[in-house]
Design a binder for this molecule. Structure first.
Ligand SMILES: [Zn+2]
Length: 391
């Protein structure tokens, strides 16, 4: 029995992210169609030339783009931090220490509770057009709790990231070196089988450059690929370390020297910008313009977490990037799709092209520009993930 095919036709404007298929860097096609075969895109082109398929869906002139690739999220947790957000919006500063509040709630939660929370957030993201989501540990900070977080995350996404080095566990407050030994030793042994990536929060109040290097190097030796929380709250060694160690991504990039920008531009390390964090901590945004002008690859992601960025909306990040970070709508949409895929070293997502995974977001709008032009408006008309209609 052959795999069933679906023709999605009448797409008024299609972002393919493949310049070989259409106009400009977005590879934009008008009056387009896509044929989905099983979980994969089988054909892309002008609607008038589309081949026949078993089923037919008429997009009615709406715009479509690849499903969003959210390459930075912290979704295995319990509890929320409404009071902390409220206090911060009433004048208190953000520090890395609030993470410990979520650690206590997460440790106290059952596996089923954490799994249900994560499933709810993934569902919430899919409803908004996100079809690939990365998920970090980092709210357990014991051997058992970090391994548990990654086991649960792996049920929902292959993009699992070991972040035992989120902050120093409260039990090690007086012995941070001992905690780094744990993170690079017994905890890594327990977590590596469930993780694809290793990450560290390289920041004052979290881990310094030497500690971050130890964490990432140990992960690399266990077959994990590094990504780094770098230069969020202050200037520091995170970005340079990420580039030096061949990290897939340096995330946040809010405080960058010219040397940091040049290092990113001269490397394969993606600069992942997380404007939800600056929004939710009332901080200054990173400059997407500066990075793009230098030639760096930029991704946009939500950093969805209960403390510093409790949004799962990639559309919101696009709108902020355009309004506050000097990015054009085309650049922001590309960063939220292809950029995220590059940050996860994936070539099968973030594009609409033959052979790619059939991840498509159809907008209740005539153009992808509406994602920035109509901020806060729910524009999802339909979502396909791996060929399955989810919304
Ligand atoms: Zn983060």
């Amino acid at each position: 029995m052959s795999t069933r095919t679906t023709l999605i036709t009448g797409i008024g404007s299609l972002v393919t992210n493949d310049p070989g298929q259409g106009a400009g860097p977005l590879g934009l096609l008008t009056d387009a169609a896509v044929v989905v075969e099983g979980a994969t895109v089988a054909w892309v082109g002008p609607a008038a030339q589309a081949p026949a398929a078993d089923e037919r869906f008429d997009a009615g002139g709406r715009a479509a783009l690849p499903g969003f690739v959210d390459s930075h999220a912290h979704l295995v947790f319990a509890g929320d931090r409404t009071a902390e957000f409220n206090a911060r919006m009433s004048g208190q500063a953000y520090t890395a220490g609030g993470i410990r509040t979520t650690v206590a709630a997460t440790r106290a939660a059952s596996d089923a509770e954490l799994d249900a929370n994560l499933a709810r957030f993934v569902r919430e993201a899919v409803r908004q057009g996100t079809t690939t989501v990365e998920c970090k540990s980092g709210y357990g900070l014991t051997v058992e709790d970090e391994a548990r977080a990654l086991r649960i995350a792996a049920r929902h996404t292959p993009e699992t990231t070991y972040l035992g080095a989120h902050v120093v566990a409260p039990e090690y407050a007086e012995d941070p070196a001992g905690y780094v030994d744990l993170v690079t030793g017994e905890m890594l042994d327990a977590c590596a089988p469930h993780a694809r990536w290793v990450d560290v929060f390289c920041e004052k109040g979290a881990f310094d450059g030497d500690q971050a290097r130890a964490v990432l190097t140990a992960g690399i030796e266990r077959g994990l690929t590094p990504r780094v929380h770098a230069n969020q709250l202050s200037y520091g060694p995170g970005v340079q370390l990420a580039v030096e160690l061949g990290a897939a991504s340096a995330d946040h990039c809010t405080h960058l020297t010219d040397e940091d920008v040049a290092a990113l531009a001269g490397s394969a390390t993606v600069a992942t910008l997380l404007p939800g964090a600056e929004f939710s901590t009332r901080a200054e945004y990173p400059s997407g313009r500066r990075l793009l002008d230098a030639g760096a690859v930029v991704a946009l992601s939500t950093d969805c977490n209960p403390g510093s960025s409790f949004t799962s909306s990639m559309a919101f990040c696009i709108a902020v990037a355009v309004r506050e970070m000097g990015m054009t709508p085309d650049e922001a949409v590309r960063a939220a799709t292809l950029g995220g895929a590059q940050a996860l070293r994936r070539s099968d997502v973030g594009v609409v092209a033959p052979g790619a995974r059939a991840d498509l977001l159809l907008l209740d709008a005539p153009s992808h520009v509406h994602l920035a032009y109509r901020p806060g408006v729910p524009l999802t008309a339909a979502v396909w993930r791996a060929g399955v209609r989810e919304v």
